[in-house]
Design a protein around this ligand. Structure first.
Ligand SMILES: N[C@@H](CCC(=O)N[C@@H](CS)C(=O)NCC(=O)O)C(=O)O
Length: 244
C-alpha cells in the first residue's frame, strides 16, 4: 500500500516525526504537498483535503496520513498506527502503550519548544512577541529542557536491555522522535545545547544511533529532508540562545 502523507511542504515541523518513521520503515509514501501542483500536489491539495466538507472525521490540522481506508491525524496517533505495521513498536499491548506514552511526552516537549518563540500567540509573528519569547526561552533552557531531557535519560537508564534504545533492544518510533528533538535543539540553541547535552549522554547516544541507521542516514543526506529553518518548530534566534 502506498501512503499519502500530508504536511506543510516548507518545514520539518511536527510532520518530521512521521517522515522519519516512514523513512526508517522503508515505506512507500507520497509527501503530497511536496509534489508539484500540476501533478495533484502542493499546498492546494493539502487544503483541499482539510476543507473537504463531506468528511465525517475531519482533521484539525496537519500532519495527517491516508492509509487505504484510514485517515489519521495527530502525530502520536499516526505513529501508533505506523509503529505496529512496520515493526517500529513493541508487539505486546503494554509495549505499544508505552511507546504511545513516550510519544505523547515528545509531543508535549515539542509544544514547549514551539512556545519558546511563540509564547503569546501562534498567529502572531515572532517579532511581535520577542520580549516574551526571551523570557520563555530563558525558563525553557533553565528548567523545562533539563526536566524533559532528564525524563528521557531516566527512561533510557532504566531500560537495562536498551543499548541505545528507549524500549527493549531495537529501534522504535520514540527513538526516531528523540533523535529529532536532540537534532532540533542543537539547531535552535547551539550554545545552550553544547553545555546541556553533556548531562544527557544516553539521549545523545540515541541521536547518534538513529543518525547512523542505514535508511535514516540516507534520508538525512537526501533532498527529502528539509533543512531546519525559521518557519518550523525548531528555530534559531541568536538572542534566545544562552550566552556562550
Ligand atoms: N496535536 C497535533 C498538532 C498539529 C499541529 O499543531 N499542526 C500545526 C502544524 S505543525 C498546524 O498546522 N496547526 C494549525 C492550527 O493549530 O491552527 C499533532 O501532534 O499532530
Amino acid at each position: 500500500m502506498q501512503y499519502r502523507f500530508y504536511y506543510w511542504p516548507m518545514i520539518q515541523g511536527r510532520g518530521e516525526y512521521v517522515r522519519l518513521a516512514l523513512e526508517a520503515a522503508g515505506a512507500d509514501y507520497v509527501d503530497v504537498a511536496r509534489e508539484p501542483e500540476q501533478s495533484g500536489g502542493g499546498i492546494p491539495e493539502l487544503l483541499k483535503v482539510m476543507q473537504s466538507g463531506d468528511d465525517e472525521r475531519p482533521p484539525f490540522a496537519p500532519p495527517f496520513l491516508k492509509a487505504g481506508k484510514h485517515f489519521i491525524s495527530h502525530t502520536p496517533a499516526i505513529l501508533l498506527y505506523l509503529g505496529e505495521r512496520h515493526r517500529l513498536a513493541p508487539s505486546s499491548e503494554a509495549g505499544k502503550m508505552w511507546a504511545h506514552q513516550l510519544q505523547l511526552s515528545i509531543t508535549d516537549f515539542d509544544k514547549e519548544i514551539h512556545d519558546t518563540h511563540h509564547p503569546i500567540a501562534s498567529q502572531l509573528y515572532y517579532e511581535d512577541q520577542k520580549k516574551e519569547a526571551k523570557a520563555r526561552a530563558g525558563d525553557f533552557l533553565e528548567f523545562r529542557a533539563p526536566k524533559n531531557l532528564g525524563y528521557f535519560e531516566k527512561v533510557l537508564e532504566r531500560n537495562k536491555s536498551g543499548d541505545g534504545h528507549l524500549i527493549g533492544k531495537r529501534l522504535t518510533y520514540p527513538d526516531l522522535s528523540l533523535f529529532q528533538i536532540v537534532a532540533g535543539l542543537r539547531y535552535a540553541f547551539p550554545k545552550a545545547m553544547r553545555k546541556l547535552e553533556k548531562k544527557y549522554p544516553r539521549c545523545v547516544a540515541v541521536h547518534d544511533e538513529v543518525a547512523a541507521h542505514r535508511r535514516v542516514s540516507a534520508y538525512l543526506a537526501s533532498e527529502r529532508r528539509i533543512a531546519f529553518n525559521e518557519m518550523g518548530v525548531f528555530r534559531h534566534y541568536e538572542e534566545l540562545d544562552a550566552r556562550g
